[in-house]
Design a protein. Structure first.
Length: 283
């Protein structure tokens, strides 16, 4: 199963559960592509290329430009004719001179239709982030060692309690007789990542470990989250779920899956409100 087939396969995945955990209305809105997602994908692809020594993985998908900064989001995500985005003067014929950099990005995209452009300085940051990520240690061993013989982008499908599920692991590493599920994350800062972990990544942890067990049998009890900060000095850090939190996380996950399954069975209806809550003040 390739990635395109995986995306089309109709089964419950982590992203769906994460949105549903916010509310069924969030899930009905769906997840939309964003420039930050594209940067994360570029980082992950370059990390895989450097870990395996296969630069073609990255070069086939991306092209580095000397244009400064990040490509404007509306250009990067535009799905139609890019020439529609040119900004003209009032005469409707000559290009607006104040938009030269914007137009240069459009020109570059048109000239490179099969590869996604990355600004030179953005690429320098990605290189630095990947270098730090591969030096980052887990259990006293650098991630370069963990990833050197890993499987990447591993699709897994399974059925649990009558619910069809799927996952796409960034990496599966077999080290020292054990099997480990590794996920690559980029974050604005580590504080943001911890907040996301508490609200949604714990769902991914349970989901992926459950799925990996169906394919590999015994696996390490937790995922390894290899997290790279986009905040200078672009540090990397590995995170796992605390031992005492594993069982509560499993219970919360199972309840979430059951709620989703019931909602799906009932017709996937909108709700429009969330349950009441109290706020504790630390005065």
């Amino acid at each position: 199963m390739n990635e395109q087939e995986y995306r089309a396969y109709p089964a419950l995945n982590y992203s769906t559960l994460s949105l549903f955990n916010k509310s069924q209305d969030h899930l009905l809105l769906g997840m939309h592509d964003r420039p930050a997602f594209r940067l994360g994908h570029a980082f992950e692809t370059y990390l895989q290329a450097q870990a395996t020594g296969d630069n073609k993985l990255f070069d086939d998908k991306y092209v580095v430009t000397q244009l400064d900064g990040e490509i404007p989001g509306e250009i990067l995500l535009h799905e139609g004719d890019l020439s529609e985005l040119y900004v003209y003067n009032k005469d409707g014929k000559t290009l607006n001179g104040s938009k030269k950099r914007y137009h240069a990005w459009i020109d570059f995209m048109i000239e490179n239709p099969d590869r996604e452009p990355i600004g030179y300085y953005v690429m320098e940051d990605i290189k630095h982030m990947v270098d730090n990520a591969l030096k980052c240690e887990f259990m006293g061993t650098p991630m370069s060692y963990w990833l050197q013989d890993a499987e990447f982008q591993v699709p897994i499908t399974w059925t649990e309690d009558g619910v069809e599920k799927k996952m796409l692991a960034d990496a599966i590493a077999k080290v020292g007789g054990g099997t480990y599920v590794i996920d690559f994350k980029t974050t604005a800062n580590f504080g943001q990542f911890v907040n996301f972990f508490k609200s949604s990544y714990f769902i991914q942890n349970v989901h992926y470990i459950e799925g990996a067990k169906t394919k590999y049998g015994k696996v390490y009890k937790n995922m390894i989250f290899l997290v790279s900060s986009k905040e200078q000095p672009l540090l990397s850090q590995c995170f796992t779920v605390d031992e005492d939190s594993i069982e509560p996380a499993k219970e919360a996950y199972q309840n979430l899956v059951a709620d989703y399954d019931q909602w799906d069975f009932d017709g996937r209806n909108t709700k429009g409100w969330k349950g009441e809550s109290t706020i504790k003040l630390y005065l």
